[in-house]
Design a protein around this ligand. Structure first.
Ligand code: NAP
Length: 279
């Protein structure tokens, strides 16, 4: 009798999921490294999430990514939650362990920082306060990561102020909350500026925060990556700022899961960016 090793499966759970670039990214890495494996998009309605997730290990899945709207709810289903995922209140990467336990992690924050380190190697997080626009799920990962790398203070403004206040109570006194209408003034003395809102994304309202006070020495980055060069990045570049687009965060947050499921640490380089953009 021949032994047939199982081909590892992974995927991304979301609702909807057709727009996700993750299958193109993981598919590219699988081909590039000549690995056996498949990565598929899986559309799961919220009411079915727990049933589907518990069934996946039995179907041969080594793990999955989790995206909108399941990132918070998945914490109720996981057996083991990393400290950073617990602090952020959301997970994006699951590993189905051999002992049957579901391990949940959040790699958005490390992906965010890795993107800045790669594309702005001279960036110094300690150089001054950081401005974070928005206070949704992605902002929580960004704030957590900025604190970890030593940003002295984080100025945060969100349309719905109580969400920003919640970040202050969860992450502490380094977080200073501003009114949304003050967002333009808030960025003025900041060394790092991050848009974590969906403003400026294709199909969403424009990003209209006034940027004339932006420090030309600031690093400006946008989590939105469709379009790749957002209005925020265009204006910041005109002022003289260093700018970093959001695509690299998507690529870097995916790498740890790929390594765990398929056994190879993938490169995040120009070829990877090109593969995802042209898919
Ligand atoms: P979310 O939890 O739904 O948060 C959305 C944020 O955008 C909130 O702060 C929301 O403010 C704000 N917002 C939405 N419409 C607005 C408007 N008309 N005016 C002002 N503020 C508005 O979503 P998320 O998961 O944090 O994602 C946010 C963005 O980051 C999305 O564009 C997502 O694609 C992107 N993202 C990118 C990466 C990457 O790898 N590059 C990773 C994660 C997320 P309210 O609280 O007032 O609603």
């Amino acid at each position: 009798m021949t032994d047939h090793p199982r081909i590892p499966l992974a995927g991304v759970l979301g609702h909807p999921i057709a727009h996700s670039r993750s299958p193109a990214l993981h598919g590219y890495w699988l081909r590039r490294y000549g690995l056996k494996g498949h990565y598929i998009p899986i559309d799961v309605a919220p009411a079915d999430l727990a049933d589907v997730v518990r069934m996946l290990p039995r179907m041969g899945f080594a793990g999955v990514n989790v995206t909108i709207p399941h990132k918070e709810a998945i914490l109720q289903i996981a057996d083991i939650i990393t400290d950073r995922a617990a602090l952020i209140g959301a997970a994006n990467t699951l590993i189905f362990r051999a002992d049957g336990k579901i391990h949940a992690d959040n790699t958005d924050g490390t992906g965010f920082i890795a993107n800045l380190r790669q594309h702005a190697p001279h960036w110094q997080p300690q150089a001054g306060p950081a401005a974070v626009l928005g206070a949704g799920g992605a902002a929580r990962a960004v704030v957590s990561a900025l604190i970890e790398v030593g940003v002295p203070e984080i100025h945060i403004a969100n349309r719905t102020r109580p969400r920003a206040e919640a970040l202050r109570s969860d992450f502490g006194a380094k977080v200073v909350v501003f009114d949304w209408v003050q967002a333009g003034n808030m960025v003025e003395d900041c060394a790092t500026v991050v848009n974590t809102t969906s403003l400026g994304m294709t199909g969403k309202p424009d990003f209209r925060v006034p940027l004339d006070g932006l420090n030309p020495k600031a690093l400006v980055t946008d989590l939105v990556y469709t379009p790749l060069k957002t209005q925020l990045l265009i204006e910041a570049e005109e002022i003289g700022c260093t700018v970093v687009d959001g695509l690299g965060m998507l690529l870097h947050q995916a790498a740890p899961g790929f390594e765990r499921w398929f056994g190879q640490r993938p490169d995040v380089d120009e070829a990877t960016r090109h593969a995802v953009l042209s898919a």
